[in-house]
Design a protein around this ligand. Structure first.
Ligand SMILES: Cc1cc2nc3c(=O)[nH]c(=O)nc-3n(C[C@H](O)[C@H](O)[C@H](O)COP(=O)(O)OP(=O)(O)OC[C@H]3O[C@@H](n4cnc5c(N)ncnc54)[C@H](O)[C@@H]3O)c2cc1C
Length: 285
């Protein structure tokens, strides 16, 4: 299908982009990799009057070592994350997650900023970003602000970004002693998560769980942290029986999605199974 007509703008600076969207925010869509926006436009589910292409703005594509954090520009593609030696060494959860996204064409075009801003309830990056406790930088007409990953996803395709804000950077921690894993049951055609579980955990010297963070995608209308499961595991030895008991909490408080990929019951079961497997996989990392 062919999208409705629109005007295309290619700003050369962040200021130019922010100035434009702050005076036209109701009618504008930002374009990053186009992997989510363009299909929506082709189906005419999105009919923006203006498209503001972020591609010509310098300094939005980088992966930088900032000591105990790694800074990632919003236009960094899934492929760049997948192939980054810095991330593979110091924050392997992100490259591992990127590897599971769609296919090679999608990963070559799709960006981390677009994936987070789009807030797809089945997107992979939101789960990883939640487990990592990342910080997200937004720039708007009133300057910049930082949003915690846990406050970022508000609902179906809805993030904490204001309509006149641009996501410019994501900061993730360096995982020195942290073990991590991302596991998903993928929808066969698109690769999107029917259920995806991201885990970061640290162990005490005696082998008990010092801390654990679990990001979940595919289950509800937005990605979320599984605090009920986390609370049951802190301070304990992560043995299979305990993991199975705790995993029952994974969908607690969620209105579990029911669609062509699975009933509520099937998805809840998958979420429990993948929680146990993802934690066991992190323990082996
Ligand atoms: C066939 C196919 C398979 C896919 N499979 C998967 C999968 O398995 N897992 C997965 O997670 N994803 C999957 N995707 C989606 C993919 O990850 C996209 O890259 C991602 O959802 C959007 O990133 P983008 O850069 O393409 O954003 P765009 O499509 O350009 O933009 C998406 C939305 O975010 C907004 N936006 C973009 N950048 C910014 C910014 N910097 N600041 C503020 N707003 C912004 C846009 O205005 C738009 O509303 C798939 C896509 C396709 C087409």
């Amino acid at each position: 299908m062919i999208p409705a007509s629109f005007e295309y703008l290619a700003p050369k600076s962040l200021k130019e982009a922010v100035d434009f969207i702050s005076s036209h925010s109701e009618d504008v869509k930002l374009l990053a990799g186009g992997q989510s926006l363009v299909p929506l436009m082709k189906l005419r589910l999105a009919k923006p009057r203006y498209i503001v292409d972020l591609g010509g703005i310098p300094d939005l594509n980088y992966i930088r070592d900032e000591g105990d954090r790694i800074a990632i520009g919003s236009l960094t593609t899934h492929t760049q994350i997948e192939e980054s030696e810095l991330l593979k060494k110091r924050c392997p959860l992100l490259p591992q997650t990127a590897t599971t996204i769609g296919d090679v064409q999608v990963r070559n075009q799709g960006t981390i900023g677009g994936s987070l801003a789009h807030a797809d309830p089945a997107g992979d990056m939101p789960a990883a970003i939640l487990a990592l406790g990342a910080d997200i930088k937004a720039i708007g007409p009133n300057g910049e602000r930082w949003i915690k990953a846990q406050d970022f996803f508000l609902g179906l395709l809805t993030s904490a970004l204001e309509p006149d804000e641009i996501l410019t950077e994501v900061r993730v921690p360096v995982l020195e002693k942290t073990k991590s894993a991302y596991l998903k049951a993928a929808q066969r055609a698109s690769g999107f998560a029917v259920v995806g579980i991201a885990v970061c955990l640290t162990l005490h010297q005696d082998g008990t769980c010092e801390d654990i963070a679990i990001g979940v995608t595919g289950v509800g209308d937005k990605a979320y942290r599984a605090e009920g499961v986390e609370n049951m595991l802190r301070g304990k030895r992560l043995e299979e029986k305990l993991l199975e008991e705790a995993s029952v909490e994974i969908v607690n408080g969620q209105d579990v999605i029911e669609d062509i990929n699975g009933s509520k019951q099937y998805r809840s079961h998958l979420a429990r199974v993948y929680t146990v497997r993802a934690i066991q996989s992190a323990l082996k990392a």
